[in-house]
Write a new protein. Structure first.
Length: 196
């Protein structure tokens, strides 16, 4: 990850989020900074209309906004498959967020991951959210003001160089400090009945 800014990393994550199933997605990117903290969030949203459903194979054929047709196999874990209808509009929203905070004298080196999931209620159109949140605390092992870089060492001993473009942010970071990074990604799928 050498030579990438926090913003560039977050944008790269969001830009690679869309798969070939979806075309012409809506994209939104927000970046906020405060002393000792920076956050980047991105959202990609895309839609397609169901044109055919093969119930025995659980295959849904959808037409994208650019006119291309794609097949998608819906796994058994998707609740209420039988409620899908031709003409329904499927919306997929992919969200990512990265927050980096300066933790002066803060806690031990660590890395934790947790799953995020929510399924549609029985009887409702299929949909839900699935994702993960990773929280890591790392030591600042070097600060290079000339190159505008901060070198971090995580709990497994790996080091990463991050570029900090904002000189005010860089002034607050010193060798021996701890940074906490929280990364969240989630995919939400919803289905709207035909005609809405």
């Amino acid at each position: 990850m050498k030579g990438r800014t926090l913003l560039a990393m977050a944008m790269a994550m969001v830009m690679t989020a869309t798969t070939s199933v979806w075309a012409q997605p809506e994209r939104k990117m927000d970046v906020t900074q405060a002393p000792g903290q920076a956050s980047a969030t991105g959202t990609v949203k895309a839609t397609a209309k169901i044109t055919k459903i093969d119930a025995p194979t659980r295959t849904v054929t959808m037409k994208r906004t650019d006119g291309k047709v794609v097949d998608l196999v819906v796994g058994e874990e998707a609740r209420n498959f039988d409620l899908l209808k031709v003409g329904d509009v499927v919306t997929v929203e992919y969200k990512e967020a990265l927050t980096v905070s300066l933790k002066k004298g803060g806690g031990p080196l660590s890395m934790q991951e947790r799953e995020i999931s929510e399924r549609s209620a029985p009887g409702a159109k299929p949909g839900g959210t699935v994702g993960r949140e990773v929280t890591a605390t790392a030591d600042v092992v070097a600060v290079n003001a000339t190159a505008k870089t901060v070198t971090l060492k995580g709990p497994k001993g790996r080091t990463v160089d991050l570029i900090v473009e904002d000189p005010e942010q860089l002034k607050n970071i010193k060798k021996g400090d701890r940074l906490q990074a929280i990364y969240t990604e989630a995919v939400a799928v919803s289905v709207q009945p035909a005609g809405k």
